[in-house]
Design a protein around this ligand. Structure first.
Ligand code: NAD
Length: 428
């Protein structure tokens, strides 16, 4: 039988349905929360460098804004689909709720491949995306942010376009801005550091010293590299990282048994998070096929690249030594594989909790932007640690008291909070 293509939205709905059952939600609540409130599909005409015109497809999906303005990144990817954006927007609702910040869930995307585009063309796509959606987003409605293959420069182009359209300064319109243009100190580190705050708490709970652990990481972008940085600082050793090689159009894993050197690898990495393979070989790294990151003999796996990486096909490749999986990426584990992980008693820190540091710091950025008063980095990261740690403790306490997985517990907390906000507003 031909294999059905993976669909992130079906997976997000399946996860929701499972929790709706655990929470005994009524039919109207299920119907409201398993679909986005609103979605926008549009075309973005762009004049290319060679003078030709190309039309790019763009999306914004607002899953739920009962708890506050929508919040979520804009992803540029050649394989972007509306269902991926729907799934990501739903996950944003749960993520904001689990860390208890007053924001809803949104997500945006454009089908394009930034590897093949000049800066001028990327700028036109960013500005074109804003022109199409400007009246339906804004500091009090829906606040975009960077995601895969968008960055602080993309955010500044988007902000500039929004401000030109609306005539004024609206720094709270978007987060992930450069530091000299209303960004928050600590935002770049926030998601990766947040992943490690939750790993630190999980190790405490399991009675394991961080210094006695090793990890393998999928991805070497924003999330992965700061996770590696803080994990090294608490004493852990990363022995394998993997990333996409644009030249060879495939992923590779880079291994060094006594620990990869973060600075050394960063020096040979392009701005898409791709490590230069030839230079890595010169530095003595062992190069493996990309999928080998999951097979490593380590204590912790950190998927920090793409969705649907731990599946029924790959889950049995996970080494018996692995005790913790911290989901830096969104949706890296298929629900079928999740059941296997639970059976194997691997402690999974689910994406909506593990990678919530990014949105938490984006919320801090929005607060600072709206006040026009900016905090020092230590203050930002200190506040982030408090939020992440208290969210971790709530989830792990519920997981223990209800004897459910960390994922189910995180979902139960998040979905209950969003459902309650909808009820309080009289929507249900
Ligand atoms: P990024 O674009 O900075 O980096 C992505 C990395 O993944 C790159 O190193 C790339 O080479 C690698 N990659 C791509 N395809 C791969 C493959 N097949 N195998 C191995 N590596 C591959 O992206 P990011 O911001 O680090 O985001 C990574 C994940 O984390 C995404 O799922 C994103 O939605 C999620 N996330 C990001 C943030 C954030 O603040 N950046 C917040 C929450 C969640």
């Amino acid at each position: 039988m031909p294999k059905k293509p993976f669909n992130s939205f079906e997976m997000a709905q399946a996860q929701f349905d499972r929790v709706a059952g655990l929470l005994n939600l009524d039919a109207a609540t299920r119907e409201l929360l398993r679909n986005p409130l609103r979605e926008y599909h549009f075309s973005i005409p762009v004049r290319m460098k060679d003078g030709s015109k190309q039309i790019f497809r763009g999306f914004r999906v607002q899953h739920n804004d009962a708890r506050g303005p929508g919040k979520g990144g804009v992803r540029f990817h050649p394989l972007e689909t509306i269902d991926t954006v729907r799934a990501l927007s739903m996950w944003m609702s749960w993520k904001c709720a689990v860390v208890d910040i007053p924001l809803g869930g949104s997500k945006g995307g454009v089908i394009c491949d930034p590897h093949e585009l000049s800066d001028f063309e990327l700028e036109q796509i960013c500005r074109g995306w804003v022109r199409q959606i400007a009246k339906d987003v804004g500091p009090a409605r829906d606040v975009p942010a960077p995601d895969v293959m968008t960055n602080s420069q993309s955010m500044l182009w988007m902000l500039d376009e929004f401000e030109a359209i609306n005539g004024g300064h609206f720094p709270g319109f978007i987060t992930g801005k450069p530091l000299n243009a209303g960004g928050s100190k600590g935002r770049t580190e926030a998601t990766g550091y947040g992943v490690v705050f939750t790993i630190r708490e999980a190790l405490k709970e399991l009675g394991i010293r961080p210094g006695d652990t090793t990890a393998s990481v999928q991805g070497f972008g924003n999330v992965a590299r700061y996770a590696i940085q803080l994990y090294n600082q608490i004493g852990g050793t990363v022995t394998c990282v993997s990333c996409w090689d644009q030249k060879e159009k495939q992923a590779f894993a880079y291994r060094r048994s006594d620990g990869v050197n973060l600075e050394e690898l960063l020096n040979i990495t392009d701005h898409f998070g791709g490590i230069d393979k030839a230079k890595a070989v010169e530095l003595g790294y062992e190069v493996l096929p990309g999928e080998k990151w999951i097979e490593q003999d380590v204590d912790i796996l950190i998927p920090a690249a793409l969705e649907n990486q731990i599946t029924l096909e790959t889950v049995n490749d996970i080494h018996k030594r692995v005790k913790i999986i911290a989901e830096g990426a969104n949706g890296p584990t298929h629900p079928d594989a999740d059941a296997v992980l639970n059976k194997r008693e691997i402690f999974v820190i689910p994406d909506l909790l593990a990678n919530a540091g990014g949105v938490t710091c984006s919320y801090f950025e929005q607060v600072q932007s709206n006040m026009n008063y900016f905090w020092e980095k230590d203050e930002v990261l200190g506040k982030l640690d408090v939020k992440m740690t208290s969210a971790y403790i709530s989830v792990s306490s519920l997981a223990r008291s209800r004897k459910v997985s960390m994922r189910d517990a995180a979902y139960m907390i998040a979905v209950s909070r969003v459902a309650q906000a909808c009820k309080d507003r009289g929507w249900l």
